[in-house]
Structures are given as structure tokens and as C-alpha cells.
Design a protein around this ligand. Structure first.
Ligand code: SAM
Length: 245
């Protein structure tokens, strides 16, 4: 999978560094372009999903499909130790560089071959984080249990989402919190249709999780990924917050 994995590409790495760390000024750099207000409201997604965890400090957190680490660093504000796991070596390399150096260079693509060289910067309790490359469908057996597990925009990118979902009850300790976010964009290039939910994603998740988790909250959070100055992905993620029984 590594060579054909789009999340290993330099272009996606640039887009995700801007998505996780870009300021409003960096994302909407061209003052001439009339970006709709809803696009601005979609910034900060990686922090907003984490904000649904309780406002108190816990011992252990896990951020699955962490990409370049924006949500992992946000979780560290209220977790004494957070592990970020992603399948992409490139993304984990960038998250590790940010943790060690607090900064990393990337390109914001404007149009054609035009781009700007920018610096992503991370702050906060980065000493509480560790990053590792791994497969959310086949996590190492000695990860242990967590007070908080976060997986944003991951399940509809997995070839076998049930392989992760069935592991969640082991990963979250009794009373612990689980946040799943998904734009429900099931695509054959990532997930064979035989592994898609048969009905809507929320009903399917509820059916899979209800034996071990209580649904605490359900909402929708927009997110925005800039491809060029004039082309963006604007999506709504379905956010569900669960408590382990
Ligand atoms: C749509 S991105 C979401 C990333 C991040 N959570 C966010 O909200 O920006 C999907 C992420 O899942 C990762 N991923 C895909 N398959 C994976 C797997 N089997 N195990 C762990 N991570 C995976 C990708 O490398 C990518 O970083």
C-alpha cells in the first residue's frame, strides 16, 4: 500500500500541514477572492473535535489516524500522555519533526506551479506526545487501555473499518471517552463496498458500538482542506461522542 498511498505524497503532506496548522491569513491569503463566511467557520477542525472531550485532565489518550498531529497536540492539553498513530510514514515523520523542533517547512499551493514556502508551528504540551506509524486495523497488542480515544475522518478511509471498531471496546477503559468523526465519504478506492455500512453511517455505528458504549452526544463539524487558492474541500463531519460502559 505504501507506494500508492496518497497520504505518503508530498502534496497531501503540504495540504495537511496547512489544514492542521495554517492560520486564517495563510489559508485565505488572496484578499481579492471573496471566500464565503462558512469557509472561515470551518477552520480549526482538529481542535474542535477534541473539544468534545471532558474539560478535565486524564492519564492516557490515543489519536488514531492522527495525520500530522494537530489533534494529538490538542489532546495533550488534558492528557498526561498521548499516542498519535497513523499509517503514513510521511505524516508521522512531520508530526515528529514538529514535536522535536516546534516548526516544519511546507508549501502552500496557489495555482499551477506557484506556491509559497511557509512554516507550520506547534505549541503546548508537546512533551506529553509520542507518534508512531501503525495500522488502525491491526494495532499492536500491547497498547493498553486509554481514558480517551479520538479518531477523526479515519473510519471511511479504512479497507476494513470493522477491524478497528471491534477493537475499540478493548482500547477505552470503563468510563472512558471515545470520539469518532467521519464525513461518511465511503469510496471504493479506500474501502470495498462490501465493507461500507448497509444503511446510514450513524445507525451502523450505533449498532456496532451500543453493546459497549453509550452515545453521549452527536453533532456535525465542518472542515476545510485547501488544494489551491481557488479550490477547497469543504465537508461536514458527523461527530459522535461515546462513553465506555
Ligand atoms: C482523512 S485523513 C484524517 C486525518 C486527521 N485525523 C484529520 O482529521 O485531519 C485520514 C488519515 O488516516 C490515515 N490512515 C489511513 N489508513 C490508516 C490505517 N490503516 N491506520 C492508521 N491510519 C490510517 C491516513 O494516513 C490519514 O492521515
Amino acid at each position: 500500500m505504501a507506494d500508492s498511498n496518497i497520504y505518503e505524497s508530498p502534496r497531501l503532506l503540504d495540504e495537511y500541514l496547512l489544514f492542521h496548522y495554517g492560520s486564517s491569513e495563510q489559508v485565505f491569503a488572496d484578499a481579492e477572492i471573496p471566500y464565503p463566511a462558512a469557509m472561515r467557520e470551518a477552520l480549526g477542525f482538529t481542535r474542535r473535535t477534541v473539544s468534545y472531550f471532558g474539560d478535565f485532565t486524564v492519564a492516557r489518550g490515543l489519536d488514531l489516524g492522527c495525520a500530522v498531529g494537530g489533534s494529538t497536540f490538542a489532546m495533550a492539553e488534558h492528557c498526561e500522555c498521548v499516542i498519535g498513530i497513523d499509517y503514513s510514514h510521511a505524516f508521522i515523520g512531520a508530526a515528529t519533526t514538529l514535536q522535536q523542533s516546534k516548526t516544519i517547512a511546507f508549501r502552500r499551493h496557489d495555482e499551477g506551479g506557484m506556491h509559497q514556502e511557509l512554516q507550520a508551528q506547534a505549541a503546548g504540551r508537546m512533551d506529553r506526545c509520542s507518534f508512531e506509524q501503525g495500522d488502525a486495523m491491526n494495532l499492536r497488542g500491547d497498547l493498553g487501555r486509554f481514558d480517551r480515544v479520538h479518531a477523526a475522518n479515519l473510519i471511511c478511509r479504512l479497507p476494513q473499518p470493522l477491524a478497528l471498531i471491534e477493537r475499540l471496546s478493548d482500547l477505552v477503559r470503563s468510563g472512558g471517552e471515545l470520539i469518532l468523526a467521519t464525513p461518511c465519504t465511503w469510496l471504493e478506492e479506500f474501502t470495498p463496498p462490501s465493507a461500507w455500512p448497509e444503511g446510514d453511517t450513524f445507525s451502523w455505528l450505533h449498532q456496532q458500538l451500543e453493546a459497549h458504549f453509550e452515545l453521549m452526544h452527536r453533532c456535525h463539524e465542518p472542515f476545510l482542506i485547501r488544494e489551491t487558492a481557488r479550490k477547497f474541500q469543504w465537508s461536514q463531519s458527523l461527530v459522535t461522542c461515546w462513553q465506555r460502559k
